[in-house]
Write a protein that binds this ligand. Structure first.
Ligand code: BES
Ligand code: MN
Ligand code: ZN
Length: 492
């Protein structure tokens, strides 16, 4: 359970919980209650700043013993040079929560001076994100050896109506992130297409949303040959999940979020190498982002119409699996030649993007762990953004920035179209290694003619192969925050 967040308006020097985390920039200065706290610590904060033992650089953590009668432990956390204060606070708050968890403390106080509502929201998200963990599959140690879990986080700043509302929205966003990361972390044998559909049904029930789930039969009736050819190698029922949230005016075109939901991607007949294949349980992070965003949108009751679409299955080699050279007819009617069965995400998304037409979308944003090539281009730092409309690229990059999920523009030019020309069909599903993430996006573009569309390749950003300090190894929550901020940015 992630920590619950409250506001504590008192003097930071009077905080008497387990861990007090103080966030300071790279030009650390003590003011207000911090001067009182420093006095009760015999001046040791000021001294560590003067001696440059603490410099306030990003992610720096400096621990002190707390004052008698006060917090048990005090940590100083560096914000670095502040360009984006909410972003810096989100990160520092996540680090504070992680430190509290490592120390086995049940509560943490977070202080960054007097902060505004937007900053309170960011700190709240950080505290929840930092206290997320997935423990369901570890047998708990005996009671006496058990590490307590972080239950309560207090943001020490003035307690106004605006900051209380900011805690509430921060908790909604945090809940979205936690849900997305839990779904992503769950192994493929537990987080199946059916499990994603059940999770979506639960979200719809709790927040009064409409839900439609298509299985194999319904997809056959719809003529979804591209999604179905991926699903034909598995006995599990594939699911196309459609969530409809109507918080806006009737008749207003919905913002539509689409997610790739491959609960496991072995590559199929074009099978992947064994090394790190287990990471392909994360091939549903786009779908997890859609569900996380809907959880947050439902909790916040945003005044806007939003549709969420997920295409979910697994990609398996078997006697019934699709083969390289096969040609399938997509939902839109275009014929696709299968060159590589491991390029399955674009096949699934082709039919979901075609299905999206019936919701008359204002805009469609899809997120997919689509290509290894985007990791080569942008590493694990930025999500690749592809759209023919420059204003949409700007809009999505700005949304990602607000959410602390960096993204960057990639080309989507007709010059690349030749690479996916087929000898036998309308299009082929792989253009080989050159510009691999661009040709994947160009493929998707073929199925998006009737609405403004933007694609996010999150293969490098949805999960991390190492501990990043503020974020442990595993799912990062991306693209949940980008989806939420994009939707919020569309509220008129
Ligand atoms: N799910 C993978 C992409 C991926 C790779 C995600 C690494 C996360 C980390 C996708 O389905 C895939 O296999 N893409 C192929 C496409 C190729 C066969 C054209 C790839 O990137 O190699
Ligand atoms: Mn694949
Ligand atoms: Zn895949």
């Amino acid at each position: 359970m992630p920590a619950s967040v409250t506001l504590g308006a008192g003097n930071v020097a009077e905080f008497s919980g387990s861990l007090l985390a103080i966030a300071l920039s790279d030009e650390p200065k003590l003011s207000g209650g911090l001067i009182d706290l420093d006095r009760s610590l015999g001046g040791s904060i000021q001294r560590s700043i003067e001696l440059r033992d603490f410099r306030g650089s990003r992610d720096e953590v400096f621990a002190l013993t707390g004052p008698s009668g006060g917090a048990r432990r005090v940590i100083l956390i560096g914000l670095g040079k502040i360009v984006d204060k909410p972003g810096a606070l989100r990160r520092a708050a996540a680090l504070a929560a992680r430190q509290a968890m490592k120390l086995g403390f049940t509560d943490v106080g977070f202080h960054a001076g007097e902060i505004d509502a937007q900053e309170v929201e960011a700190a709240t998200v950080g505290l929840i994100v930092g206290s997320w963990e997935y423990k369901d599959l570890k047998t708990p140690p005996p009671e006496a050896e058990r590490r307590a879990s972080l239950e309560k986080a207090t943001i020490i700043t003035s307690n106004t109506n605006a900051s209380r509302a900011a805690v509430t929205s921060g908790e909604a966003i945090g809940a979205g992130h936690s849900l997305a990361r839990t779904l992503a972390m769950m192994p493929g044998n537990l987080c199946t297409p059916e499990f994603l559909a059940n999770t979506a049904t639960d979200i719809a029930r709790r927040h009064g949303m409409k839900i439609t789930v298509l299985g194999r039969k319904e997809m056959e009736a719809e003529g979804m040959g591209a999604l179905l050819c991926v699903a034909q190698g598995t006995p599990q029922d594939p699911k196309l999940i459609a969530l409809e949230y109507n918080g806006g005016k009737t008749g207003d075109k919905p913002v539509t979020l689409v997610g790739k939901g491959l609960c496991f991607d072995s590559g199929g007949i074009s099978i992947k190498p064994a090394l790190s294949m287990e990471d392909m349980k994360f091939d549903m992070c786009g779908a997890a982002g859609v569900l996380g965003a809907f959880e947050a949108i439902g909790r916040m009751k945003l005044p806007i119409n939003v549709v969420g679409l997920i295409g979910s299955t697994t990609n398996m080699p078997s006697g019934t699996a699709m083969n390289p050279g096969d040609v399938v007819k997509s939902h839109l009617g275009k014929y696709i030649e299968i060159i590589n069965t491991d390029a399955e995400g674009r096949l699934v998304l082709a039919d979901v993007l075609s299905y999206a037409r019936r919701f008359n979308p204002a805009v469609v944003v899809d997120a997919a762990t689509l290509t290894g090539a985007i990791v080569i281009a942008l590493g694990h730092t930025a999500t690749g953004v592809f759209s023919a409309e420059e204003s949409l690229v700007t809009e999505v990059i700005a949304a990602g920035k607000r959410a602390g999920e960096p993204s960057w523009s990639m080309p989507l030019w007709d010059d690349y179209k030749d690479l996916i020309k087929s000898d036998i069909a309308d299009i082929k599903n792989s253009g080989g290694r050159p510009a691999g993430s661009v040709t994947a996006a160009m493929f998707l573009k073929e199925f998006t003619d009737s609405y403004p569309w933007i694609h996010l390749d999150i293969a490098g950003t949805a999960y991390s192969e190492s501990d990043l300090g503020a974020m442990p190894k595993g799912p990062t929550g991306t693209p949940t925050g980008t989806f939420i901020e994009f939707v919020r940015g569309r509220i008129t």
